[in-house]
Design a protein around this ligand. Sequence first.
Ligand code: ATP
Length: 308
Amino acid sequence: MPRTRSVTVRAPAKVNLQLSVGGLREDGFHELANVYLAVSGYDEITATPADRLSLTVSGAGAERVPTDESNLAARAAMLLAKHSGAEPNVRIHITKHLPVAGGMAGGSADAAGALVACEALWNLGVTRAELASLSAELGSDVPFSVLGGAALGLGRGEQLTPLDCGATYHWVFAIAGFGLSTPAVYAAQDRHRQEAELPFTAADMPVPQPSAQLLDALAAGDPQALAASLSNDLESVATAMQPDLAKTLAAGRASGALAGMLCGTGATTGFLAADAGAAEHIAEQLMASGTCSSTLVAHGPVPGPVLL
Ligand code: ATP
C-alpha cells in the first residue's frame, strides 16, 4: 500500500579523494577513476502524495536550481515511476544546503534522495542496489549518491566497488561565491590537452587506475597518509578558470589543513583536517580570510540517503 503521508529523506554530499580523468569517449563522457567519500553535508528531500508531479526548492542557491522536469529529483521520480509501473504523482520539495554547481554532487544527492523517498512513499520494495543501478542514467555520480559510504567508481564513475574506510575523516569545505559548470571544466581540460598536443581521446589514452597508495591510506584510517595521496586532475584547469580558487586553497593550507583540493569540478574546495577540533579551527580561519562565502564542517564516510 502506498503511504498517505509525506516522506522526508536527507541525502549526503560527496568528495572525490581521487579524480583521474582519462580520455574523452565517443559518447561524450570521459573514462574516470574516482574515489568517492560521502560526507555529512545534506540536502533534504520531501515527497508528498499529490495528483501530479510538481517540485519546489528552498534554501541556499535555490534560485539557481530548475523547478521543471530538468531537475534531477523530478527526473528521478519519473524514472522510478516508469520502472515500477507507478504514476509519478508526487510533490517533491528540496531544501538545499549543498552548494549548487559546487562539485559536491548536490543535484545527484537530490536525485538519490528523491529515489529513496519515492520508493518509500510508493512502498515498492525496490532495493538500494537496484535503485543505484537504475539511477546511472540520471548522471554518473547518482549511483554513488544512492549508496553512500566510500567507493571506487570506474567507467564514467557509475561502476562502483565499495571501499573500506579505517576511520572517520574530518573535512572543511569552502563554498565559493560562484559555481563552475561541470561540462565547461571537462571541455577546458580537453582543450588544454589538445593545445599541449597531448592525447585526449579514450582511444589514445590508457584507462585511468585507482591509486593503490590512496586506497591503502583510506583503509588504514591514517589522515596524514590520506592527505598525501589526494588528487584531482581538474584542479589546475578549474583554478585557471577561476583564479580566486588558488587564494582559498592557500588560505586553507595555511590554516593547518593536512591537504586542500578542488572538490570534483569545483567550485567548492575541500580541506582534510587531522581531527574534528582542527576542522573547526580551519573553518574559522577560512571565513576570516575572506576567500570563501561560507564553510561546511563535515565528516565521512556517512551512509547514503536516510529516511527522517
Ligand atoms: P557534480 O559534483 O556531480 O559535478 P555539482 O555539485 O557541480 O555536480 P550540481 O549542484 O549537482 O553541480 O548542479 C549542476 C547543475 O545541474 C545546476 O547548475 C543546475 O542547473 C542543474 N540541476 C538539476 N537538478 C538540480 C538539483 N536538484 N540541484 C541542483 N542543481 C540541479
